[in-house]
Design a protein around this ligand. Structure first.
Ligand code: FAD
Ligand code: NAP
Length: 557
C-alpha cells in the first residue's frame, strides 16, 4: 500500500486531530485501553457519549444497581498499587461505589486529558488509500486514526419496546439503563415496572418500599439466587490483598474467570439427598456460584430440571400466595438466560402494595395517557419503569455507521448476525478492534479480566503491526469462518441456544438469532496468545509501502 498523506479534509482542521488510536467508550474497557496505549507511547483519544466516565456504572443508577460478581474480583488487576489501595466496602459493590472507583482510576492515571465527553461517535470510515480511520462525532469532530477500538460495551444500547402509544403517557417514564442522575423519588406514586430480568429484580424490592403501589408486568419469570450481600469483612479483604496476584491468576484458570467452586460430577449421579444438600449449600452461599453445583447443569435438561425444581420449591416456601408463587416460577432452563442475583426479591411479592401482572399470554396492549392496558384493563400509573434490557453485544456497534474496505458497512456485513475472528476483529475492516466483541467469552465471564485480556492483546497487536512496518491488519475470511463455526458448535452442544435470551438476540424483534458470546474461557485466552505467538495467525498483515502480504498460516481452533 502506498504511503498517502491525508488531505486536510481527511484529517481534522483542529490541531491534534490525528491519533494513533481512536477509542469509542469510556467504561472499564475504554479507560484501560487508553492507559495501556499511552503507556507504550501511542497517542489516543477516547470519545464518550456520556457526560462522565464509567460506562455501565455511569448510566445504570437505578435503585439497587450493583454487581453480581464479588467486588474483590470485579475490579482491574493491571496495577497492583491500584488494587491494593482501593478499599471495597461490600461483598457486591453498589453502582455508586463502582462509579467512584472508575472516577478514581481516571484521576489516578491522569486519563481525563485524552477523553472527550458528551461526544457520540456517529461514523467511522476506513480510508483505504491512507490506511486510516476517519471518525466523525456528534460534536462535529472529524479526526483520523490508524487504529480504531470499539470499547462501546455489550450492554450499553437500551431496548425500549415499541409499545403502541408509548409517547402518550402523561406520567414519568424511565429506563433502568439511562436513569436520572438526581435519582427518582417514587414516594406516594403508583409505579409500573415492565420486565423481570436482572435490572428489575434488583430494583423491584427498593421501589416497592417507596411506591404507594408497584405493579410488576412480567412476561417471563427469571431464576434468581439470593446475593446475601454484606459489608466486606476487612479480614477477608486483607487476606485477598496479601496474595492478590495468586488470587487473580487462579481465577483466570477457572471457567468464566470467576472464583467459583465447580463440582465436576453430574447432578444425575447424586442421590436426591446429596443433590439437595449441594443446592442448599449453594443457596446459602448465594449468587452465581449456584450454577457450579454440578458439571452438567447446562448440558443436560434432566440435570437442569433438578436445579429448576429446587429453585421453584424455594419460591413456594417464600411467597405466601400459591398463585403468585406459581406465576413467579420459571419453567425454562436455569442459566440459559443470565442467572439473576437478588436481595429480597421473592419476599417483595408478600407485600400488600405489590401486584404481579402476568403478561406472558396477554401482552401489554398499549400505553395510555394514564398508564397501560393488559387484557383491556387499564392500570393507572404515575410512573413507568422500563427494565426491558438491551440490544446486546451488537447494538452500540451497529448504531455507528462503520464502513470498511470498499465502503461496505458493518451493518450490511453482519445482517445475518455478527461474524468475527476471536471476537476481536472482522474481515474487511482493517485496524478495527472490538473489546469483548461478539464471538469472545465476554458476558459469560467476569467482564473485567476479559476486558483486560482484550486490551492487552490489542495493544500488543498494534505495537507488532507498527514495529514491523505493517500498515494494516485484518482477519482472513477463512480464519473468521472457522472461528464462527467453532463458536456455534460449542454453544450448540449446550442448553444455551434453547431459550429466548439476549445472548441469542432473541429479545430484539428482527435481530438474527445467533449465539453471540463464546463459551470457552479460559482456553480462549490460550488461543489468543497462540495466535499472537504465531505472528497473528489467521490475520493478514499489509505493508505500508508496498502491497506485499504476509503469508497467512493455516488456522486451527
Ligand atoms: P460499558 O461500561 O458499557 O461502556 C461503554 C461506553 O461506550 C458507554 O459509556 C457508552 O456511553 C459508550 N458508547 C457507546 N457507543 C458510543 C458511541 N457511538 N460514541 C461514544 N460513546 C459510546 N458484568 C460483570 O462481569 N459483572 C457484573 O456484576 C455486571 N453487572 C452489570 C450490571 C448492569 C446493570 C449492567 C447493564 C451490566 C453489568 N455487567 C456486569 C456487564 C458490564 O457491562 C461490564 O461488566 C462492564 O462494565 C463493561 O464495560 P465496557 O467498558 O466494556 O462497556
Ligand atoms: P433483560 O435481562 O434482558 O430483561 C429484560 C426484561 O424485560 C425481561 O424480563 C423481558 O421479558 C422484559 N421485556 C422485554 N420486552 C418486553 C415486552 N415487550 N413486554 C414485556 N416484557 C418485556 O435486561 P436487564 O434486566 O437490564 O439485564 C440485562 C443484563 O445486564 C443482565 O442479563 C446482566 O448480564 C446485566 N445486569 C446485571 C446485573 C447484576 O446483577 N449485576 C444487573 C442488571 C443487569 P422476556 O424475558 O420475556 O424477554
Amino acid at each position: 500500500m502506498a504511503e498517502v498523506k491525508l488531505t486536510p479534509m481527511e484529517t481534522n482542521q483542529k490541531p491534534g486531530g490525528d491519533f494513533d488510536v481512536a477509542i469509542v467508550g469510556a467504561g472499564f474497557a475504554g479507560l484501560y485501553m487508553l492507559h495501556r496505549l499511552r503507556g507504550v507511547g501511542l497517542s489516543a483519544r477516547v470519545f464518550e457519549a456520556g457526560s462522565g466516565v464509567g460506562g455501565t456504572w455511569f448510566w445504570n443508577r437505578y435503585p439497587g444497581a450493583r454487581c453480581d460478581v464479588e467486588s474483590m474480583e470485579y475490579s482491574y488487576q493491571f496495577s497492583d498499587e491500584l488494587q491494593q489501595e482501593w478499599v471495597w466496602t461490600e461483598r457486591y459493590a453498589s453502582q455508586p461505589e463502582i462509579l467512584r472507583y472508575l472516577n478514581h482510576v481516571a484521576d489516578r492515571f491522569d486519563l481525563r486529558r485524552n477523553i472527550q465527553l458528551n461526544t457520540r461517535v456517529l461514523a467511522a470510515t476506513f480510508n483505504e488509500t491512507a490506511g486510516r480511520w476517519i471518525v466523525e462525532t456528534s460534536a462535529g469532530d472529524r479526526v483520523s486514526a490508524q487504529f480504531c477500538v470499539m470499547a462501546t460495551g455489550c450492554l450499553s444500547s437500551t431496548n425500549t419496546p415499541n409499545f403502541k402509544g408509548r409517547d402518550r403517557f402523561a406520567g414519568s417514564s424511565y429506563h433502568t439503563g439511562n436513569w436520572p442522575h438526581e435519582g427518582v423519588d417514587f414516594t406516594g406514586e403508583r409505579v409500573g415496572i415492565i420486565g423481570t430480568g436482572s435490572s428489575a429484580i434488583q430494583s423491584i424490592p427498593l421501589i416497592a418500599q417507596q411506591a404507594s403501589h408497584l405493579f410488576v408486568f412480567q412476561r417471563t419469570p427469571a431464576y434468581t439466587i439470593p446475593a446475601h450481600n454484606n459489608p466486606l469483612d476487612p479480614e477477608v479483604q486483607r487476606e485477598v490483598k496479601a496474595n492478590y496476584a495468586n488470587f487473580r491468576a487462579r481465577n483466570k484458570l477457572l471457567p468464566s474467570g470467576l472464583n467459583i467452586r465447580h463440582n465436576e460430577v453430574s447432578a444425575l449421579a447424586m442421590s436426591p439427598q446429596e443433590r439437595q444438600r449441594e443446592y442448599e449449600e449453594r443457596w446459602a452461599h448465594g449468587g452465581l456460584p449456584f450454577l457450579g453445583a454440578f458439571a452438567d447443569l447446562l448440558l443436560s435438561k434432566e440435570a437442569n430440571d433438578t436445579a429448576a425444581e429446587f429453585i421453584r420449591e424455594k419460591i413456594r416456601e417464600t411467597v405466601r400466595d400459591p398463585v403468585i408463587a406459581e406465576k413467579l416460577s420459571p419453567r425454562t432452563v436455569v442459566g440459559c438466560k443470565r442467572l439473576c442475583v437478588d436481595t429480597e426479591y421473592y419476599q417483595t411479592f408478600n407485600r400488600s402494595n405489590v401486584t404481579l401482572v402476568d403478561v406472558s399470554s396477554s401482552p401489554i396492549e398499549e400505553i395510555t395517557k394514564h398508564g397501560l392496558t393488559v387484557k383491556g384493563k387499564e392500570y393507572e400509573l404515575d410512573a413507568i419503569v422500563f427494565a426491558t434490557g438491551y440490544d446486546a453485544m451488537t447494538g452500540s456497534l451497529l448504531k455507528i455507521d462503520i464502513r470498511g474496505k470498499g465502503g461496505r458497512s458493518l451493518k450490511e456485513t453482519w445482517a445475518e448476525g455478527p461474524r468475527t475472528y476471536l471476537g476481536l476483529a472482522t474481515a474487511g475492516f482493517p485496524n478495527l478492534f472490538f473489546i469483548t466483541g461478539p464471538g469472545s467469552p465476554s458476558v459469560l465471564t467476569n467482564m473485567i479480566p476479559s476486558i483486560e485480556q482484550h486490551v492487552e492483546w490489542i495493544a500488543d497487536c498494534v505495537l507488532y503491526v507498527r514495529a514491523r512496518g505493517f500498515a494494516c491488519i485484518e482477519p482472513t475470511l477463512a480464519a473468521q469462518d472457522a472461528w464462527v463455526s467453532h463458536v456455534n458448535e460449542v454453544a450448540g452442544a449446550t442448553l444455551f441456544p434453547t431459550c429466548n435470551s439476549w445472548y441469542l438476540g432473541a429479545n430484539i424483534p428482527g435481530k438474527s438469532r445467533v449465539f453471540m458470546p463464546y463459551l470457552g474461557f479460559p482456553p480462549y485466552v490460550e488461543k489468543c496468545d497462540d495466535v499472537a505467538a504465531k505472528n497473528y495467525e489467521g490475520f493478514v498483515l499489509i505493508r505500508g509501502n508496498d502491497d506485499e502480504r504476509q503469508a497467512t498460516l493455516p488456522v486451527t481452533n
